[in-house]
Write a protein that binds this ligand. Structure first.
Ligand SMILES: C[S@@+](CC[C@H](N)C(=O)[O-])C[C@H]1O[C@@H](n2cnc3c(N)ncnc32)[C@H](O)[C@@H]1O
Length: 223
C-alpha cells in the first residue's frame, strides 16, 4: 500500500455504536475493529476501559504520515461529499461543515491515541488474512470497507474475508451493505449463502445509523 493512494476517513465511537447496535455489554467485550483506519472508535472506547484491537493496512505508516495525509486530502473529500450531497441524509448531521468538523475531530483523536498506543492495539494487517488466533475476539466489527467497495473487491475476496473474521471472532457485524453509490452490494447474498451453508447464524438487522442513503442494515453472523 502506498500512502499517496490512501484517502483516510474516520468515524467516532458514537457512530460505531449506532452502526453496529452496540449495547453497554458489547462495549465490555473483547472487540476487533477491522478496517478501522483513522476512526476514533478504538481511542474513545479504550479510554473508557474497553478492550479493542484495530486492524488496517494504513497502520504500517506513522502518526505523522497519516495525519499529513488526512490534511492533504481533507478538502478533496469534503468537495466530493458536497458534489454528492443528495446521496446522504442531513437530518442528524445538518451540513457539510459540521460533517467536516466531526470527521476531523475523530481523526485527530485517532492520531493522538495512535501516536502513543501500547503495541498491539493497532495492528497493520489486511483482510483476508488476520494475524490472530481462532476465536480470539468476542466481536469483530467491519465499518465501511466490506461491501462498500464492491466494485474493487470481488465476491471471492468478500467470502474469504468474512470467513477470516468468523475465524477470529465469535460474532461478526458488518456495515454498510451498500456500495459507494448507495446501491445494495452484489456480494451480500453470496456471503450469506456461504455462511449459511457452513451452519452459521446470519441475521440482517436494521441499523440506527442512516447517514448514507440506502445504508439501513447491518449483517450479523454468529457461530
Ligand atoms: C472508508 S475507511 C473506513 C474507516 C473506518 N472503519 C470508519 O468507518 O470510519 C476504509 C478503510 O479500509 C481499509 N482497508 C483497505 N483495504 C483493506 C483490507 N484489505 N483489509 C482491511 N482494511 C482495509 C483502508 O485502509 C481504510 O482505512
Amino acid at each position: 500500500m502506498q500512502l499517496d493512494q490512501v484517502v483516510p476517513w474516520g468515524r467516532s465511537l458514537a457512530e460505531y455504536r449506532e452502526m453496529f447496535d452496540l449495547s453497554e455489554d458489547d462495549k465490555h467485550r473483547r472487540i476487533l475493529g477491522c478496517a478501522d483506519g483513522p476512526a476514533s472508535f478504538n481511542a474513545e472506547l479504550s479510554f473508557m476501559g474497553g478492550s479493542v484491537v484495530s486492524v488496517d493496512p494504513i497502520y504500517q505508516f506513522s502518526a505523522d504520515e497519516i495525519y499529513q495525509r488526512v490534511l492533504a486530502v481533507f478538502k478533496q473529500v469534503m468537495d466530493e461529499v458536497e458534489a454528492n450531497k443528495a446521496q446522504f441524509n442531513w437530518d442528524v448531521i445538518p451540513n457539510t461543515d459540521r460533517l467536516g468538523e466531526m470527521r476531523l475531530a475523530a481523526m485527530e483523536s485517532f492520531v493522538a491515541d495512535y501516536r502513543n498506543a501500547q503495541p498491539g492495539r493497532y495492528v497493520a494487517a489486511s483482510l483476508p488474512a488476520l494475524p490472530f488466533d481462532d476465536n480470539y475476539f468476542e466481536i469483530a466489527l467491519c465499518s465501511h470497507y466490506l461491501f462498500l467497495y464492491s466494485d474493487k473487491v470481488d465476491l471471492a475476496t468478500h467470502v474469504a474475508s468474512v470467513n477470516e473474521l468468523c475465524r477470529v471472532a465469535q460474532e461478526v457485524r458488518i456495515y454498510p451493505l451498500v456500495d459507494l453509490n448507495g446501491q445494495p452490494s452484489p456480494h451480500v447474498q453470496g456471503v450469506i449463502d456461504d455462511q449459511t451453508a457452513q451452519g452459521r447464524k446470519v441475521k440482517l438487522l436494521d441499523s440506527d445509523y442512516h447517514f448514507q442513503k440506502g445504508a439501513d442494515q447491518l449483517l450479523v453472523i454468529s457461530q
